[in-house]
Design a protein around this ligand. Structure first.
Ligand code: MN
Ligand code: MN
Length: 337
């Protein structure tokens, strides 16, 4: 133990690094980061948006941020396999807490989330946001497009979320993002889609069967080719994963990605110019054994590792290596004594 004893989210001296703190105790900030609104030294700001009133089926995603934080406590020990780095050695990361708004009012939520994002981006921070239903991505994209220009959207989802409906909900906001000029459909890609939508709005879609047939490396190649040097935003709807890997979500669809497939894509995206990420649609009332919250927190942590690896020039991780960096199974056991 260092100079403080437990509850690092409130007592830690530095926002960098990881401590061997008891992960079953204390406050449930994201990856046991400092829970603060002081942005000093922060490269990445984690925020929650506890909102699910634009869900079309089963609500519950308003409880997502808290569940993701809780599941993440068990992930932050130091170096993360297979990145072989501790992202918190390279990135100052704080948990800002949840954006507050009058519950039940979509416009109030949108205005507050966009204002929060605009403030974080104006301060030069990268945002990692925990939803919330997927509609919360729209105000986030508004702020990111204002800051960075038209965004390349890298969108994991069972659904294309570009439906042209009479009312706004968590299946319409990327059509709005196209209409508002927030995202560049020439630079964007949707991954894992497996729900009928008669109008794809010109988006490039890698369906879930395409991912299953071609593999993660092919997905990553398409992402790199499409994004190029454009500032990219990663939006990860947890229902892109199969219900076996993410049962706790409002609109589950069979035939989806495994958690491992999604991770393997992220392992291969080091150097892609990501400017922000959200992970959305975790609905704890439908979750079992934290499966979904654990998947969401793992994907979010992999994104931080990706940022750290991009920043340090570490390059893509080699998942065929163990934690020591040596090939798995290729190293003799040291002699005893
Ligand atoms: Mn979605
Ligand atoms: Mn979805």
């Amino acid at each position: 133990m260092s100079e403080h004893e437990g509850d690092r989210a409130f007592t830690g001296g530095s926002i960098m690094g990881s401590d061997p703190e008891s992960v079953f105790a204390g406050a449930t900030s994201f990856c046991r980061r400092r829970y603060t609104r002081d942005l000093t030294g922060a490269d990445v700001v984690v925020s929650g948006v506890p909102w699910d009133c634009t869900t079309t089926y089963r609500p519950g995603a308003r409880l997502g941020p808290r569940a993701i934080r809780q599941a993440s406590a068990n992930l932050s020990f130091g170096k993360i396999w297979p990145w072989n780095l501790d992202p918190f050695d390279h990135l100052g990361v704080i948990d800002w807490g949840d954006v507050a708004f009058a519950e039940g009012y979509r416009e109030a939520m949108s205005v507050k989330v966009e204002a929060h994002a605009r403030a974080m981006l104006a301060a030069g921070k990268t945002m990692l946001t925990l939803g919330g239903d997927h509609y919360t991505s729209l105000p986030l994209l508004r702020a990111h497009a204002e800051r960075h220009g038209k965004i390349a959207l890298v969108h994991f989802d069972a659904h294309s979320d570009t439906w042209d409906d009479d009312y706004e909900h968590h299946g319409t906001m990327f059509l709005a993002a196209l209409d508002e000029g927030l995202i560049d459909n020439e630079r964007s890609v949707q991954i894992g889609v497996r729900a009928f939508n008669g109008e794809d709005q010109g988006m490039t879609i890698l369906t879930a069967p395409w991912v299953h047939d071609h593999g993660a490396a092919a997905v990553a190649r398409v992402v790199r080719e499409r994004v190029g040097e454009t500032p990219a935003y990663l939006t990860f709807d947890i229902d892109c994963l199969d219900p076996a890997f993410a049962p706790g979500t409002g609109t589950p669809v069979c035939g989806g990605l495994t958690t491992a497939q999604a991770q393997a894509v992220l392992f291969d995206l080091v150097g892609v110019p990501f400017v922000g990420m959200d992970v959305v649609e975790v609905s704890p009332p439908y979750d079992h054994a934290e499966i979904t919250a654990l998947a969401a927190s793992t994907i979010a942590l992999d994104f931080l590792c990706l940022l750290a690896a991009s920043r340090t020039g570490a390059g893509a991780p080699d998942p065929y290596q163990g934690g020591s960096g040596r090939p798995l199974g290729g190293s003799p056991r040291p002699a005893a004594g």
